[in-house]
Design a protein around this ligand. Sequence first.
Ligand SMILES: C[S@@+](CC[C@H](N)C(=O)[O-])C[C@H]1O[C@@H](n2cnc3c(N)ncnc32)[C@H](O)[C@@H]1O
Length: 268
Amino acid sequence: MNGFSAEWLALREPHDLRARNAAVLDAVVAALAGQPSVNIVDLACGTGSNVRALSPRIGARQNWRLVDNDLSLLARVPPPSSPQVTIKTVPVDLNHDLEAALDGPLDLVTTSALLDLVSGEWLQRFAVEAAARRLPVYAALTYDGRVEITPADAADDAVIAAVNAHQRTDKGFGPALGPAAAQAAVERFERVGYAIVAGASDWMFGPQDRYIQLETLSGWAAAAREVGAMPLADVIGWLTRRRELVAAGLSSIRVGHRDVFAGPTGTR
Ligand SMILES: C[S@@+](CC[C@H](N)C(=O)[O-])C[C@H]1O[C@@H](n2cnc3c(N)ncnc32)[C@H](O)[C@@H]1O
């Protein structure tokens, strides 16, 4: 299961839904209030989790354009569950064609679990292009580098440091912002005159959430192995101990994320 596979996206979606920051969601909904019909583009949509999270909260008729560069994910976007929602999927490589994705009449840009993958340069381009079109932006579930695992293991800090180093490697947009992305988004959008509502949207995996814990831990071990900053035997030992705790129903994991809503103001 890799970070963009349909299986991984389906596994994380209910946890994402629980984690989404309520105040940030309220701000998104309030920004669209009073419009009979809205046009929304979802950047790096995967299989459309933003539609499922947001559309039941919006009273208006909604036309969603879902863009991603992965055709197999776009093909898995289910039809809308409400007659007042339309969905159009469009293949776009956002590194090359961000501007095209933002064109056309739009009332909102959404994205989730994308900003930690992008470079500072791409984020700046996104803020400038959104501001040029005066588009509100809802960016959910950006990983922010905070991880708490209980009970603690002596190798946790080394593994998480390696994971966070891996997060900063190139994910197709140049060197990724990784854990710095959410704060960078706040700063970039403030600089182009936007008002920000931001808050935590941490994943909270309890002892019963065994499968997603195992997948998360395996992904972290693979990242630590790739970074190569700690001996492979230490990574394997760590993963083995952590898997035993999950199997015994003794493990909990909190993974830090931030949600950001950036709305254009009249100041620029
Ligand atoms: C972590 S997934 C998040 C998917 C979805 N937003 C969600 O929250 O379930 C990241 C998404 O970014 C997409 N992606 C990565 N690089 C891209 C690019 N250059 N252009 C368009 N989409 C891209 C992947 O295909 C994947 O769907």
